[in-house]
Every structure is written in C-alpha cells, then in structure tokens.
Design a protein around this ligand. Structure first.
Ligand SMILES: NC(=O)c1ccc[n+]([C@@H]2O[C@H](COP(=O)([O-])OP(=O)(O)OC[C@H]3O[C@@H](n4cnc5c(N)ncnc54)[C@H](OP(=O)(O)O)[C@@H]3O)[C@@H](O)[C@H]2O)c1
Length: 253
C-alpha cells in the first residue's frame, strides 16, 4: 500500500495537509510527539475518507526520532509516494537570551531531522516514479531575522536545500517543493511567543489555505501562498539587505 508521510501532523498546517490528502484518498503516516492527537485525527480521517492512517510518535528534536520513523517505515514495508517535512517551531528573543538548548533543538527539528528523513526515505520515494517531497520553509527564508536569528537561518537552509534538490531530482520522478508560508493561524505563534507581534497582528492565512495551495502546486520548486506574502517577498528582493533585515526585526518586535 502507498502512503504519504507527514511530520508535524498533530496541529496547524500539518494537520490540514493530512485532511486535504485524506480527501484525495491518500493513505497517511502521521508523525509528531503528541500521539493522542495523532490517534484521534487518524480515527477521524480513516472513518470519513476510508483511507489507511498510521501513527508514529517521535521527537524530531532528537537524532533517534528521525531514525525511529525510518525504521518503522522500513520494517512495515510501507511504500511512500510523498514526504511532507512540516514539523518545526520558532522562538522570539535575541540569540544570547534564548537558551542554547532550545535553539539547538530548533536546528535539529527544522533542519537536521528534515535532512535525515529526506536522505533516508529518498530511495523509497524513488521506487515510485510519481512521488513528491514538500519541505516547509517560510517567508522568513528570504532575509535575516534579528530577534529570531536561528529560526530565520533554519528556514533559509530549508529553502536553499529544497531548491537545489528540486533540480538534482528533476527527471527522477520525485518532485521537490519548498513551501514558504507567511504568518499562518496555527499553534506556531503561541509556541514562538509571537502572538503580539506586528507580523501576526497584521493578519494571518488559514492553515487550510496554506496546505491546499501547497498541494495544488506540489511540483513547483518554490510555493509562496497568498498574494500579500508574494508581494512581501518580491519587494524584499528589490530592497537592500539592510532594509529587509531591519524590516523583519521591526515586524516581530
Ligand atoms: N504558522 C506560521 O505562521 C508559519 C509561517 C511560516 C512557516 N511555518 C512553518 O510551518 C510548519 C508547521 O507549523 P505550524 O504553523 O503548523 O505550527 P504548529 O501548529 O505549532 O504545528 C507544529 C507541528 O510540528 C510538530 N513538532 C514540533 N516540534 C516537534 C518535535 N520535536 N518532534 C516532532 N514534531 C514536532 C508539532 O507536533 P507535537 O508538538 O505534537 O510534536 C506540530 O504538529 C513549521 O515548520 C513552521 O516553521 C509556520
């Protein structure tokens, strides 16, 4: 049986990816730490859409987390037609004030586990000549982010890595896409201590709109959902880096 594996499926954009893919009749493997949420989502989606939904509880802030996911997929013999590396988190604060441990965990979840899952699951994805990888970056990927230095840097990594992989895998049957959402309604802002920032107060997109846009364009190298977000990125490209990094700092002050 074929499956799409989604990390960070217990909330927000990942949960909406799961709902949209179940509606497409795709079987799913849901990954996150909060197993209870994954189990209730799996029950709901399998009852409503008649798809098969597997649950893997894993902490992707540890190297073992990604390793356990890969081992479970391999030992069950699940064939993958899609991988959505969506799990991630941010934290607002200056580099020196935030704890080193939390920032290293952020790099592990947002970057290292994403790379490990991609590398280790790629042979499985290549067996099917029509599969896809969506790596969730952010509009944060396009400039430096004072006040969230490590988060912005992790997303710049995800964008650059995914864009390169998109080209490397052209013709392999595996499409790679970097999804770059702007402010989105989910648990992210509360987790990142950002609910009172100018960025989030200016309005958010729904997680559902972000996920459905990403899936509709899953073969595009870069997907920026929402006109406002595309405009911000476009204006940023026309501006000196001094301006874009100062603006990013102002938006999340
Ligand atoms: N919301 C935004 O404004 C926004 C904008 C741009 C990009 N993004 C990106 O979009 C992605 C999804 O975020 P979201 O907005 O949907 O946030 P969310 O509602 O907070 O969901 C984050 C998901 O990541 C999972 N996760 C976090 N830490 C994990 C860990 N150590 N191990 C395994 N799973 C972990 C969470 O599951 P558990 O807690 O159950 O483990 C949850 O399912 C992230 O990569 C984020 O950086 C979000």
């Amino acid at each position: 049986m074929n499956y799409v594996l989604i990390t960070g499926a217990s909330a927000g954009i990942g949960e909406e990816f799961a709902r949209a893919l179940a509606a497409e009749k795709q079987n799913l493997i849901l990954v996150a730490r909060r197993e209870d949420r994954l189990v209730s989502l799996a029950t709901e989606l399998s009852e409503r859409s008649g798809v098969s939904v597997e649950v893997l509880a894993a902490d992707l802030a540890t190297a073992e987390g990604a390793e356990n996911v890969v081992s479970a997929v391999t030992s069950a013999g699940w064939k993958l037609t899609g991988l959505i590396n969506n799990a991630g988190f941010g934290d607002r604060g200056s580099f020196s004030d935030l704890s080193l441990e939390r920032q290293l965990n952020m790099i592990q979840v947002n970057v290292t586990s994403l790379v490990a899952l991609t590398w280790k699951l790629l042979p499985n994805l290549k067996e099917n000549r029509d599969s896809f990888i969506v790596n969730v970056a952010s509009t944060a990927a396009f400039q430096a982010g004072p006040g969230m230095a490590i988060y912005y840097a992790t997303k710049a990594f995800v964008l650059s890595f995914s864009e390169a992989l998109h080209e490397e895998l052209r013709g392999s049957g595996v499409a790679v896409s970097a999804l770059c959402p702007g402010a989105t309604a989910s648990e992210f802002a509360a987790e990142a201590n950002m609910t009172d920032t100018r960025l989030f107060k200016a309005g958010t997109m729904s997680a559902e709109a972000v996920a459905t846009t990403a899936l509709a364009r899953r073969r595009s190298a870069i997907v920026i959902p929402g006109l406002r977000n595309r405009l911000m990125v476009w204006l940023g490209k026309l501006s000196p880096r001094l301006i874009t990094r100062r603006l990013a700092g102002w938006l999340q002050a």
